[in-house]
Ligand binder design. Structure first.
Ligand SMILES: C[S@@+](CC[C@H](N)C(=O)[O-])C[C@H]1O[C@@H](n2cnc3c(N)ncnc32)[C@H](O)[C@@H]1O
Length: 335
């Protein structure tokens, strides 16, 4: 058995960690001796009577900043000889699956959770090895971000999850996983793709791989450059635009026959409803009369969402219509 991963978390709010890790994989990993997790209160390292760990920022401004003395004392008390100190920060490098894989090979992690306006910069300079952000938004504190890191890293520690589950999931090979189904074989008129119940393991593996590539091309074409694809798979990738070229007629027909409307199909596959209908007709499908929910967006709906900063293309995908329809509604809003 390999050495367990040790994680020390430094926080002003240790109780936040109680329940998320009382269950599931992280709890199991601890019980199995694969993870040693300890959460420490930074305040216990503040030497004043009231254990104050924060103070007002120099230069004025809103909020408080974590003071350097208690925080560096806390870090140095747990870091030992080889602890890798990570500060959770909205300004850090993006935490992704590659970072999770890298951190899962480290023996001892120290996760520092900032709060309020953040931590004194001198702590970052003297005691932090790297800063990681879990996304381009600002959280109240680093605690939830640390939990995300702990979860994503722990499941990659050897023997925590069986290797086959890890091998096939999203981001393992730079691809998204394809759709998953379980019983019953038919639910509200929607059938499980027949290949999955065929018992033909070769065909299933091929289908899953193709779906995984198709999904990635549709939803996250930005991942494809670095994805692990064979030269043949790469050669078959749709050129431009990825979303449209990768939709095949059989998928459109399957979706339509299982009761999904043309607007929803259009949104799902990133093409316009008109294209969906043209392709369905060409494939010999008799179209149903549109339901009331399958309608174009109103001027008000488009205007409201446009005001949140969505682009014309994003609005078109959201409503499942062409960009021409969105431009039309925007033009009408100006009249
Ligand atoms: C309110 S935030 C401070 C934001 C800081 N003033 C700024 O503008 O970058 C408080 C703490 O939450 C944590 N935090 C906020 N957003 C985060 C994110 N996206 N990823 C990781 N940690 C985050 C950091 O530890 C940060 O010190």
């Amino acid at each position: 058995m390999s050495v367990p991963l040790r994680i020390d978390v430094l926080t002003l709010f240790p109780r936040m960690f109680d329940s998320p890790f009382a269950e599931s994989i992280v709890a199991r990993a601890q019980r199995a001796g694969r993870l040693e997790l300890e959460v420490h209160d930074i305040r216990t390292h503040a030497t004043d009577k009231h254990h104050v760990a924060d103070d007002a920022p120099y230069g004025g401004g809103a909020g408080m900043v974590l003071r350097p003395e208690p925080l560096t004392r806390a870090i140095r008390a747990v870091r030992g000889a080889s602890g890798h100190v990570v500060l959770l920060s909205a300004q850090g490098r993006l935490f992704d699956q590659a970072a999770a894989r890298r951190l899962a090979t480290v023996r001892h992690l120290v996760l520092v959770c900032g709060h309020y306006e953040g931590v004194d910069e001198r702590v970052v300079e003297s005691d932090v090895a790297e800063e990681l952000s879990i996304g381009d938004y600002v959280l109240t504190g680093g605690e939830l971000a640390a939990m995300v890191v702990i979860d994503a890293v722990t499941r990659l520690v050897p023997e925590v999850i069986d290797a086959e589950s890890l091998a096939n999931e999203s981001h393992t090979e730079g691809l998204l996983e394809g759709p998953q189904y379980t019983r019953p074989p038919e639910f509200e008129g929607r059938k499980v793709p027949s290949v999955l119940v065929s018992g033909d393991h070769g065909a299933i593996a091929k289908w899953r791989r193709a779906e995984s590539i198709r999904r990635t091309a549709e939803r996250r074409p930005d991942l494809l450059d670095r994805a692990k694809l064979s030269p043949a798979e790469r050669a078959r990738l749709p050129r431009t635009p990825a979303r449209k070229a990768s939709v095949n007629d059989a998928d459109l027909v399957d979706a339509y026959r299982s009761g999904v409307g043309s607007y929803r199909i259009a949104a799902r596959f990133g093409i316009s409803p008109a294209t969906v209908r043209v392709r369905l007709r060409a494939a010999g499908v008799r179209l149903r009369a549109p339901r009331s929910v399958e309608r174009s967006p109103t001027v008000t709906e488009v205007t409201r969402l446009r005001a949140t900063g969505l682009t014309v293309r994003e609005l078109a995908v959201h409503f499942g219509v062409s960009h021409v329809t969105i431009l039309d509604r925007m033009k009408r809003a100006k009249r």
